[in-house]
Design a protein around this ligand. Structure first.
Ligand SMILES: NC(=O)c1ccc[n+]([C@@H]2O[C@H](COP(=O)([O-])OP(=O)(O)OC[C@H]3O[C@@H](n4cnc5c(N)ncnc54)[C@H](OP(=O)(O)O)[C@@H]3O)[C@@H](O)[C@H]2O)c1
Length: 340
């Protein structure tokens, strides 16, 4: 299956305790062997995402026993196949794939990782390993959020932290689907940047009259759905600005603050705050639906669902890479590339 023999040892990044990037170490450890229903992937690249930052601090939706290898998504080549992987295992052998981490076991910030056969998704020939490494978490979330908005009958929605990789995908996908995504950002440079990228309405939450601007826009355009990646007091600002019977769907916690909501908005104006997580959304789809979603997303990886890359680091500089990403999240992803 692979012309290169699989070594006994590999370089891996491990998290010793849930204390952020400073608790990361680079170690040599045995290359894992794929168990039943698993494949072994030789990792080419993996991004650092906000979910990874949350995981490093123990703030993500689940924790794993430490030490553990972090990293939720990446790309690589299937170099070994475990037992009971059936037809899918035989099909994936030697293929370039995107892979995502399971709730149990190690992540992808290593030279090799094992994952369940159905967590290894074949990449289109036209998708590079680097783009492929970022083809699950944000692209499928963009597809999901635009789909949820469409199914609920919205023509215009709001999105916060709109200069993010995901925010740009939502804007571009929305354009293709006839859905306007109004962007909210927190810095003036981001307003300029998004307008240059064709986002028609961008508001800056740091402007002194932001609340009024937001309210005017929501009422003029009858905007009743907002997607929020920030949490803290932003969901309440959004709820207050939108007409009665509106909804804020929180899908990220970039401020690391709890959501503060005024109960009067919920009770007397019939407004709703809920949450979105990609895993359960995918889990609700059947095999065929997920196959079609994946195929469509792969076709869009060089256009609407493309991600800019700002820098690349070898695994040996994982701590530096995380600090670099934390210091500047807008303007492209930071990748860990084991082959560097
Ligand atoms: N629920 C799900 O299933 C799911 C799936 C995918 C992604 N997400 C979420 O989607 C969001 C975007 O992810 P991404 O990978 O696209 O991010 P990204 O490309 O790394 O960009 C993050 C953006 O957030 C901004 N930001 C950071 N802290 C902020 C704060 N406290 N207030 C306002 N803006 C802030 C940054 O702007 P500055 O440059 O100003 O810092 C940057 O533009 C994240 O919250 C992520 O967790 C959720």
């Amino acid at each position: 299956m692979t012309s290169t023999p699989i070594p006994e040892q590999m370089t891996a990044v491990i998290l010793d305790s849930y204390n952020g990037a400073d608790a990361l170490r680079v170690v040599q450890r045995p290359v894992p062997r794929p168990g039943p229903n698993e494949v072994l992937v030789k990792i080419a690249a993996s991004p650092i995402n906000p979910s990874d930052l949350m995981f490093l601090q123990g703030l993500y939706g689940f924790k794993k026993p430490t030490p553990t290898v972090p990293g939720f998504e990446g790309s690589g080549t299937v170099v070994a196949v475990g037992s009971s992987t059936g037809l899918m295992g035989r099909y994936l052998a030697g293929k370039r794939v995107a892979c995502v981490t399971q709730q149990k076991g190690d992540g992808v910030w290593a030279e090799y990782t094992t994952t369940m056969v159905n967590f290894a998704l074949p990449l289109d020939d036209a998708v590079s390993m680097e783009q492929g490494a970022m083809s699950v978490v944000n692209p499928l979330t963009a597809v999901a959020l635009i789909d949820l908005a469409k199914k609920a009958g919205h023509k215009t929605v709001i999105n916060t932290a709109a200069a993010s990789a995901l925010g740009l995908m939502m804007h571009r996908l929305g354009q293709q689907e006839g859905m306007e995504v109004v962007g909210i950002v927190r810095r003036a440079e981001q307003v300029v940047d998004l307008k240059q990228q064709g986002v028609a309405h961008v508001l800056n939450s740091s402007d002194p009259d932001f609340n009024q601007q937001l309210r005017d826009l929501c009422h003029q355009q009858n905007i009743r759905l907002a997607f929020d990646a920030v949490a803290g007091d932003l969901p309440q600002l959004l709820l207050a600005a939108m007409p009665a019977h509106s909804r804020v769907t929180v899908y990220g916690g970039l401020s690391q603050q709890p959501v503060q909501v005024n109960i009067a908005s919920l009770i007397f104006e019939d407004k709703v705050v809920d949450g979105f997580w990609l895993g359960p959304w995918v889990g609700q789809k059947n095999l065929l639906q997920n196959f079609l979603i994946w195929r469509r997303a792969q076709k869009l990886m060089r256009s609407a669902l493309k991600t800019e890359i700002r820098s690349r680091y070898p695994l040996s500089q994982a701590q530096q890479a995380v600090h670099d990403y934390e210091s500047q999240m807008t303007g492209g992803k930071v990748l860990l590339a084991p082959g560097m």
